[in-house]
Design a protein around this ligand. Sequence first.
Ligand code: FPP
Length: 265
Amino acid sequence: MFSKIFGKKQNKQKTLLGRETVLANKELLPCHIAIIMDGNGRWAKKRALPRIAGHHEGMKVVRKVARIADDLGGIKVLTLYAFSTENWKRPKNEVEYLMSLPEKFLSSFLPELMERNIKVIMMGNKDGLPKHTQNVLNDAIEKTKNNTGLILNFAMNYGSRDEIVHAMKVILTNVNDGKLSIDEVDEFTVNQYLMTSALPEPDLLIRTSGEVRLSNFMLWQLAYTEFWFTETLWPDFDEPTFLEAIHAYQKRNRRYGGLKGEGKN
Ligand code: FPP
């Protein structure tokens, strides 16, 4: 059971998966993959580098993972937890570096995103981000808004509790103003008030670095998501590991509270 949610420990005997393995079951590719990219700091520490070196390396992996998700063809949404509402507690220089990453990433990668027909979106409290970060994100969102391929969704200044509280406030205001009746408030309605209202729920959640928790990430949306954890640190996350996670997902039997065999896979 444990190895079902936890990728096998990296060792020399590990068989490296190729794309053909997951493409053999293309209809079972996850439509939406969400990733908690963890372990940048430990990766840097192991090399006696500053933590920001780990984040820089992590950014390069974002590029690789976006390319693979796009190449595979059946994945519609890739959501990446890039900065949480709790990450402001980190040292000032680290926060500043994390806030400069969208700029670093998009200044070199935006042309390729356009070529690949990838649409950039973000979820989180955008107003709370520094102006320069907002500007670069707004620019990428605007330039890619008509792209129809993979959706690359950055969770920036995102916290699931914050999102739910905000949704509740808007729902209550609408009820108060007579725009919505209490009887209309059901799961579907709540979904409409979340930042992910236009997206399908994640099918697969990946968390790297050996931590096995959700850290305030998509608590509502992950209700029926398949989880997959790996000890690999995010900067070391490579194509075979990504394919291993997808392959593990393809072997799961999703029941959504029903009986075996009723789900999509
Ligand atoms: C958690 O690792 C990681 C983050 C808080 C930042 C993740 C950001 C990236 C991977 C790059 C994002 C790229 C763009 C383009 C926005 P940690 O620092 O907590 O690692 P540790 O637990 O080992 O200290």
